[in-house]
Ligand binder design. Structure first.
Ligand code: GLN
Length: 570
């Protein structure tokens, strides 16, 4: 790595007029990592003392991804204000300090919803409501809304691929913004693919040329091309792309595959992407301070050990469904210099008879959030095994609910205990829709969404992790712990260590005397960042590390005694 860290704390750049915009589009194919590219540019700008924000525009017609299947759309990322958003917002938050809200993610569906409400209300005064100007104006207004006075640069990512019918209104809107705001205030970054064709032994630039041609047909001339490749791009190829696509050679950036997304900002810094954009936007900013980021990468690249964590869930074949969770485990590992080997375990495959064989090789077991009945029995078996075999266990949302249900059934002896999500008529309903019973109706129906305060009891594992009594965490669920079960579980040793300040909702339960056994009703993974690992993940991975060390020591002892026995026999 040729980029060195400036160890001075990041100096604030001086305010230089109204917010400027960097628009990020994608071409050739989807899944090129536009979100990571946008987040990495924002990361570099922040390292130069600039205040940034990011916004994602999704061209699909769903109003938000909240109702979409995790198989279709990956994880639903939840913001502080309870917006159910695209998983790219997770990257944005992990790579920067930008506080994101509902305003930072729009879909065509939500834009149209807004317009149709206005139309029904008669706001358009009898005019014909059209894609241009009404849809494009609404898009421009929602982009302008995140460009508040305290922001220097807003990065706007347009979802989809150039050439899609769906994304046209968004591209027209940003084209108009360049016309209105001028070249100095707007920059276009286009992310494309430069494939390596093995049969020819060559990198091919034609898809990029076509994609830029498509973009120019809409009236957008890119200023920077981020070319995704498997390898580096030679000077000649960069020159060829620059010539045919009409960008300067320095502005052709090779975004080669890297083994961690957290290395992308460094790769971009090596190619001066931030410098090129700042020059284009005429922004004077202090030099980069990448020291903390580089120190984090050093930990990532030089772990002192490894732990195996099993995620027992139902969307395990589609890892994007648990994006933030996977990242949060990695962050937890960074705290202890431990590499986390995530093992995806299909919940439906776990049985009581085989749990030992399936799970004993793990250093920690985690049941993540989820909806619906499939896999619940397997989760309950995995949790029972973790409790009895004293393997560190972390239950998140559904994983907390199943943790408590398992305890009520197998320790308190109430065999038919369940959640009404899985058995609507359950007599012993340990989890139920408390908000529906209380008549609470809000945006997500009866869903409890976004940041909620929680008070921790001193002397508990939860308190030890956070080191304070008052915390805030993000929620996305409907079912709540039924407080009639306080007595049964606490009399058998389980501890309620976190509650909402009014004590209505139970937020954290744990089991003293177990190496690490905790379930939380919220989703801590949404708040974990590589530079600020979440305390629960850090503590959980630490406990898994302790188990790994003792397992290693045990293995060494048994190998040693085997060796001694063999020698004595000889
Ligand atoms: N399905 C459960 C509920 O709605 C858990 C949700 C989750 O894990 N996010 O309460």
């Amino acid at each position: 790595m040729t980029i060195s860290g400036n160890t001075n704390p990041t100096a604030r750049a001086e305010r230089q007029g109204p917010c400027k915009f960097i628009f990020v589009t994608g071409g050739v194919v989807s899944s090129l990592g536009k979100g990571i590219a946008a987040a990495s540019i924002a990361n570099l700008l922040e390292s130069r003392g600039l205040r940034v924000t990011l916004q994602k525009m999704d061209p699909y017609l769903n109003v938000d991804p909240g109702t979409m299947s995790p198989f279709q759309h990956g994880e639903v990322f939840v913001t502080e204000d309870g917006a159910e958003t695209d998983l790219d917002l997770g990257h944005y938050e992990r790579f920067t300090h930008a506080p994101l809200t509902q305003a930072n993610n729009w879909t065509s569906g939500r834009i149209y919803e807004k317009i149709l409400i206005k139309e029904r209300r008669g706001d358009y005064l009898g005019k014909t409501v059209q894609v241009i100007p009404h849809v494009t104006n609404e898009i421009k207004a929602s982009i302008q809304r995140v460009a508040t006075d305290d922001i220097d640069v807003a990065l706007i990512e347009i979802g989809g691929t150039v050439g899609d019918i769906e994304s046209l209104p968004f591209l027209e809107a940003i084209r108009q913004m360049r016309h209105e705001l001028g070249r100095d205030n707007t920059a276009f970054v286009h992310v494309t693919l430069v494939p390596y064709i093995a049969a020819a032994g060559e990198l091919k630039t034609k898809p990029t040329q076509h994609s830029v041609k498509e973009l120019r047909a809409i009236g957008i001339q890119p200023d920077v091309l981020v070319c995704r490749t498997e390898t580096d791009i030679s000077r000649e190829i960069k020159e060829k792309i620059a010539l045919f696509c009409d960008v300067s050679r320095e502005a052709v950036v090779a975004a080669r595959d890297v083994d961690s997304v957290y290395k992308v900002p460094v790769n971009f810094a090596e190619q001066q992407v931030d410098e090129i954009l700042l020059k284009h936007l005429r922004i004077d900013a202090p030099p980069r301070n990448l020291a903390p980021w580089l120190e984090m990468l050093e930990r990532l690249d030089h772990p002192s050990g490894e732990v195996a964590i099993g995620i027992v869930g139902k969307y395990v074949d589609y890892e994007d469904s648990y994006k933030s969770l996977k990242e949060a485990l990695l962050h937890g590992g960074l705290t202890h210099r431990l590499k986390v080997d995530v093992r995806w375990v299909e919940a439906e495959s776990i049985t009581a008879a085989e749990a030992h064989q399936q799970l004993s090789g793990l250093d920690g077991i985690l049941v993540p959030g989820g909806f619906g009945e499939r896999g619940i029995d397997g989760m309950l078996e995995a949790i029972r095994y973790a409790r009895e075999a004293k393997i560190p266990y972390f239950g998140i949302c559904l994983g907390m609910q199943t943790m408590v249900i398992e305890y009520v059934r197998n320790v308190c002896g109430i065999r038919d205990a369940h959640s009404t999500e899985f058995e609507p008529a359950a007599k012993n309903r340990v989890f139920f829709k408390l908000r529906e019973l209380k008549g609470v109706e809000d945006l997500g129906g009866t869903m409890r969404l976004g940041s909620w305060p929680c008070v921790l009891s001193p002397g508990t594992l939860a308190y030890q992790c956070y080191g304070k009594t008052r915390i805030e965490e993000r929620h996305r669920h409907r079912y709540e712990f039924n407080r009639e079960f306080d007595e049964p579980i606490t009399s058998k040793g389980m501890v309620i260590s976190g509650e909402t300040p009014d004590k209505t909702y139970v937020e954290i339960c744990e089991l003293p005397g177990h190496p690490w056994y905790l379930g939380c009703q919220f989703h801590p993974e949404f708040k974990s960042k590589p530079l600020e690992p979440h305390p629960l993940f850090a503590s959980f991975v630490g406990a898994a590390g302790v188990r790994r060390s003792s397992r290693d020591a045990e293995r060494r002892r048994s190998e040693e005694s085997q060796f001694l026995r063999a020698r004595a026999d000889a």
